[in-house]
Design a protein around this ligand. Structure first.
Ligand code: ZN
Length: 136
């Protein structure tokens, strides 16, 4: 168990168990929402993510709902109707807690990151994606 706070300190999440996946997401929607080339994501079982302090607001994009801090606007997590997972902004983790194992949605990449991690075009096949990898 550990906690994650937004930059202004208003909202605190309690994360009850280890994430099922930690990735850099290059998705086009992530780029739009964050104004960044890629974002830090940790996927948790839905019931392992609790808001224990502060006020959040939400916005939706189709079946996907995103919760943000009502004060600083930091993305806290997203969830999709019917999904067993919540997609947490790992940029709010304590230092050293984010341990990514892959890059995902690399077909949208605007900044290619050369490292030893796999670079999936969309998402790994075990999560319903093609499993295809990029050549970088
Ligand atoms: Zn905040």
């Amino acid at each position: 168990m550990f906690e994650a706070k937004c930059p202004c300190g208003e909202v605190t999440l309690r994360l009850l168990n280890a994430p099922v996946g930690e990735v850099y997401s290059h998705r086009d929607e992530c780029q739009r929402a964050h104004g960044a080339a890629y974002v830090l994501r940790a996927i948790f079982n839905r019931n392992d993510v609790l808001v224990i302090g502060g006020n959040v607001k939400s916005w939706t994009n189709g079946a996907r709902r995103t919760l943000i801090c009502s004060c600083c606007g930091s993305h806290m997590f997203s969830e999709t109707d019917g999904s067993p997972f919540r997609d947490v902004n790992a940029g709010n983790f304590p230092e050293g807690r984010f341990n990514p194992t892959a890059h995902i949605h690399c077909k949208y990449a605007v900044a290619k990151i050369a490292d030893a991690l796999p670079h999936f075009a969309d998402i790994p096949s075990e999560f319903g994606g093609s499993g295809d990898v990029m050549d970088w």
